[in-house]
Ligand binder design. Structure first.
Ligand SMILES: [Zn+2]
Length: 165
């Protein structure tokens, strides 16, 4: 993942964990949801739970513990990528193709996630691509088109727009 360039992944993880522990301290409802999930499903960065995998989906898909571990690693890579994008300015990106390359890496991560979830690898069922920082593509319209090959891309999106292709 050479795209990380000047970004230190250790520092990225540090800032993710810091923000999340603040959120868990300030928001009891969110903290309680985390407490309701069995530990092995938690995605942990620097001892802080930053998310969790769905226990019911894991059961339905018969996900082994080693697949669970791989999924958690993929989520951490995605979180690091999002943090790096969040810290970068689309008006002044670290390199010309930085955001499109981030979008490409995210797509690879989503394919790997589908594989570990034992789903067929299908771009139509990707969910993270338009949740990435600085993506300006319409969220609801794209959520409605989940599972179809139709996407609504905004031309001025730094990640997906025409300008960058
Ligand atoms: Zn976009």
């Amino acid at each position: 993942m050479s795209i990380f360039g000047k970004f230190d992944r250790k520092n990225l993880r540090k800032s993710i964990a810091k923000r999340q522990s603040r959120l868990l301290k300030e928001n009891e409802d969110i903290a309680n949801v985390f407490k309701m999930v069995p530990t092995k499903y938690h995605i942990i960065i620097n001892d802080v739970p930053v998310g969790f995998l769905s226990p019911s989906l894991a059961e339905k898909q018969k996900i082994s513990d080693s697949r669970l571990e791989n999924l958690k690693k993929l989520h951490i890579s995605k979180d690091e990528l999002f943090e790096m994008m969040d810290l970068s300015d689309p008006e002044n990106p670290p390199s010309e193709l930085f955001f499109p390359e981030c979008a490409k890496l995210l797509k690879d991560i989503e394919f790997l996630m589908q594989k570990e979830w034992r789903f067929s690898e299908d771009e139509a069922c990707h969910t993270w691509w338009c949740k990435a920082p600085h993506c300006t593509c319409p969220k609801l319209d794209n959520a409605e088109r989940f599972g179809t090959k139709y996407k609504i891309i905004r031309e001025d999106c730094p990640l997906h727009g025409n300008k960058v292709k």
